[in-house]
Ligand binder design. Structure first.
Ligand SMILES: [Zn+2]
Length: 201
């Protein structure tokens, strides 16, 4: 790490490398905003909508070209749906690669809800799994396992045993078998801890 840390582990000084990386990230964010704005305007123009002169900000004397308000709303909603589809594609790719709902939730900026006791993983699953057509049907998220290539039905990170959360992996799936082995290891450790506590009573 290039960061010099203060008492609380907070960086008190950033190195040149880090400042440059932050500047590049800020530039990239500005460019993304600018390019999406331009793409929305181009979409309105090319799809037969109206482009008009509008103040660069409310009350400003100088003007810029912008989509007419209702055309702008429609085009922005369309762009937001495209971005959502991109996110959905990446979530599916993450599950295929064996990344868990907690890591996906972190990338989505989701925090655990301590009031309701819902974990970040559960909240991420709820946000990403499509609503079932019948209200009380089970909510599931489908993806293709990148390890065994089978189509998996993910029922969310709600149960303890991996087999209870996901169905469809091949019996020989190395990833699923590793998750089951890790679960068994945790369970054995808990059992050993309990036996030790019981013996001490
Ligand atoms: Zn698998």
């Amino acid at each position: 790490m290039n960061t010099i840390e203060g008492n609380e582990g907070e960086p008190i000084m950033r190195t040149t490398d880090q400042t440059e990386a932050d500047d590049r990230a800020a530039d990239a964010a500005n460019r993304l905003r600018w390019e999406i704005g331009n793409a929305i305007t181009a979409y309105v123009r090319e799809s037969g909508g109206t482009i008009e002169d509008a103040p660069i900000f409310p009350g400003a004397a100088s003007t810029t070209t912008r989509p007419a308000p209702l055309d702008g709303i429609r085009a922005a909603r369309r762009a937001a749906r495209v971005a959502e589809n991109e996110a959905h594609y990446s979530v599916r790719a993450a599950r295929s690669a064996g990344l868990g709902w907690d890591a996906i939730g972190d990338a989505l900026g989701i925090e655990p809800d301590h009031d309701s006791g819902r974990s970040r993983a559960e909240r991420a699953f709820d946000e990403c799994a499509p609503r079932p057509s019948m209200r009380f049907d089970t909510v599931t998220f489908g993806y293709t396992c990148g390890t065994c290539a089978e189509i998996v039905t993910d029922m969310g990170p709600y149960e303890s045993h991996p087999h209870d959360n996901e169905r469809g992996h091949a019996q020989t799936c190395a990833r699923m078998n590793a998750e089951v082995a890790a679960w068994q290891e945790r369970r054995d450790a808990e059992d050993a801890e309990y036996a030790e506590w019981e013996a001490s009573q």
